[in-house]
Design a protein around this ligand. Structure first.
Ligand code: AMP
Length: 272
């Protein structure tokens, strides 16, 4: 497995390949969620490239950039075992310059929900993914439905900037008890981990209810009864294009939650 440290090394490696390239961008601290993206990429392509980069521009001041879990050696092992051909691990210095051209997330859909509570977050995500796409030039790129708004915005960027890349959405991988896997779960104490479960439970209940009623207020009330979080930021109902909806549309609804458990911010969602 090749370790590529600079954009130049990655470009040279990329340009030496012939065939389909599956690309999985990550921030590392890899878990089974990431692995399911990698496995799908492995099945569908001649080559698989994973990037591991804790991208500073998508963190807001005061967020967890410094304490974000970093496990590079363990990540390499996981990638090797999964049959990854190359891991690209750039650093901020070789990815960014001082005064550069910026990408702006769309005014509405980049600034609601996640973008409202983390203003500018998606500008940073799109900036780095744009760079990564230009370096790796993948055939297909794999993104988790766990970050549903990110997935939507990446699809928009591909359309708006005419990237010739197929975006492949991948289902959320959960622990046996339902908790969505996240690199940030390591921040949770045992007690917090128990209460974090209320998020996936509320979503599961919402999914069940939505087969009986399309009444969002009713569903939301039931979800609030189940949730045992310290600060609820949003419960939202949108269609697959992130337009707010006022009743459940079967086959075209995403229900999303963002909440703090202690000082850990978690997001999760369910597709109806
Ligand atoms: P991250 O390292 O958190 O930036 O995530 C890298 C990619 O893995 C993103 O496309 C995420 O949506 C995806 N991902 C994160 N957690 C999960 C999960 N539990 N199931 C599936 N995909 C996930």
């Amino acid at each position: 497995m090749k370790i590529l440290k600079t954009p130049k090394e990655a470009q040279e490696y990329r340009n030496s390949l012939k065939g389909n390239i599956g690309f999985v961008p990550t921030m590392g601290a890899l878990h089974e969620g990431h692995l399911s993206l990698i496995k799908k990429a492995r099945e569908e392509n001649d080559y698989v490239i994973v990037s591991i980069f804790v991208n500073p521009t998508q963190f807001l001041p005061g967020e967890d950039l410094d304490k974000y879990p970093r496990k590079l050696q363990a990540d390499f092992e996981i990638c090797k075992r999964a049959g990854v051909d190359a891991v690209f691990t750039p650093n901020a210095k070789n990815m960014y310059s001082d005064d550069e051209i910026l990408i702006k997330a769309p005014k509405i859909k980049g600034y609601i929900l996640e973008g409202f509570f983390r203003p500018g977050h998606f500008d940073g995500v799109l900036q780095v993914v744009n760079k990564l796409f230009n370096i790796i030039k993948p055939t297909k790129a794999y993104f988790g439905k766990k970050d549903a708004q990110q997935l939507y915005l990446i699809n928009q960027m591909v359309k708006n900037f005419f990237f010739d890349i197929e975006i492949i959405p991948v289902d959320t991988v959960r622990e046996k008890d339902g908790l969505a896997l996240s690199s940030r779960n390591v921040y949770l104490s045992t007690e917090e981990r128990k209460r974090a479960l209320s998020i996936s439970k509320a979503l599961k209940r919402a999914a069940k209810l939505s087969s009986k009623t399309d009444n969002i207020e009713e569903i939301k009330k039931e979800m609030e009864k189940i949730l045992d979080v310290d600060k609820l930021q949003y419960i939202a109902f949108v269609d697959r294009d992130f337009n707010y909806i006022n009743k459940i549309i079967p086959g075209n609804t995403i229900i999303l939650i963002a909440a703090y458990i202690g000082s850990t911010r978690l997001i999760d969602n369910i597709w109806i």
